[in-house]
Design a protein around this ligand. Sequence first.
Ligand code: SAM
Ligand code: SF4
Length: 497
Amino acid sequence: MTVATATKHWARERIVPAEVDRYLPADGDFIPDDEIHRLLTLTAEPDAAETRAILAKARAIETLTLSELATLMRVRDPELWAEMRAAAGDIKRKVYDNRIVTFAPLYCSSKCVNNCLYCGLRSSNSAVERRVLTQDDVRAETEALAGKLGHKRLVVVYGEHPESDVHYMAETIHTVYSVKVPVRKGWGQIRRVNVNAAPMSIAELSLLRESGLGTFQVFQETYDRRAYARLHPAGTIKSDFRWRLTAMHRAQEAGIDDNGIGVLYGLSDWRFELLGQQAHALEMERFCGIGPHTMSFPRLEPAVNTPFAEASRWRVSDADFERLVVLARLAVPYAGLIITARESPEMRRRLLPLGVTQMDAASNIGVGAYVDGQEKQKSSRQQFILGDPRGLDECIREWAAAGCITSFCTAGYRCGRTGKCIMDLLRSGAEGKFCKLNAILTFKEWLDDFGTPETQAVGAELLQRELDEVRQQQPAIWPTFQQHYQRIVAGERDLYF
Ligand code: SAM
Ligand code: SF4
């Protein structure tokens, strides 16, 4: 059998129909298109009382219904919008305090059997160099990420291809976790590996779970099924809307309970997408009582030899993007919100106070690009082109100056605080207390091991304020916490609550 035939054969076997049908009715799914279209035809602007009642529900960390979210979308009054923005920031602080979690993407392979019109890695794009990292390559990339940059959390990303199947994924995750690099005072190490990959079967996801992943992310890309069909050519695995729509159900069944969803904004009307995503979040809650751990907001970026990415009529303006982030924050108040370096530094600055909880930094999306530094700007090696090329030190300094502590905390899944447990803790505001402690410890580690003197100075001021807050607000835990902090100062690493 030739490689091409073997690849086709592999692709044909990917979808397990029984693992779609058991979650969906034969004649439909849980995205109520007609209802969403109906809600979008309503034009009456809600009055202040109605708007504030919905905001009160969001402030109580309750998920909004489709109708409530659609009502907030119709608010035009600038004063009410100011209240909505303020509520988004308040909810973020209530659930996550002033923490911002950071991570970096690690692209392990750029081979893909799919042909998504918007993506630089699509199979028909001959302008892209293809590469699948060997385990030695993965080790070298991890050494650069954990040893030079100081990252503790990664999202590993794969094209859908037999050379990067679930066995390869599991091996790469083991390799990433095995790397330990001596640095200034302690050591560099990746402590949480999240995965962004194509939907898989329950058996494959069980294998993935055993590798010790953090969050499993699959973005639906678009909830508009007509756009979906146009953008994902028939005959490709990804053309199966329902297989993708049930990815999170299968993950839950396989025991992966931190799951991330997302929309690629710019493929269809953003208002439809946001409501579609809300229907997905509500379905996840209905199915297993656990909504999305994270929601991602990739916005369509240019990619080499990919005209669609620049020509789409649905590209989302900065003003609308800001609105939709506020709306999403209000709609699923407990979920982590991820804004990646696809966005420019200015845009990320604008979005930070509106409820964002995670941002990547020092990101490189070329396969092998953390080692081949000079190659990092080469578009022929990337899925798309990034908007924020800044390093981690600069980002951390900026976030600290804005009053946000960068957290490298990875305690949650290692202490069993995942799925329903973490959701309940987040909803009640209790998780914020653990996280504050772990944020301080990991921030101090990073400053000592990797920070420039300039960032250490800005960070020290922030740390002092944070330490004072713990001493005053958590007196019971303060003595133990202080001991942990001193041990970190002395060079011990990876202590957590
Ligand atoms: N190949 C897997 C899949 O598609 O499910 C793994 C993830 S893919 C490498 C990562 C994500 O990048 C996609 O889900 C899509 O949302 C996003 N993406 C693709 N093309 C993009 C573009 N031109 N601009 C911004 N994001 C893009
Ligand atoms: Fe492949 Fe994912 Fe790109 Fe589609 S978005 S072509 S599945 S890498």
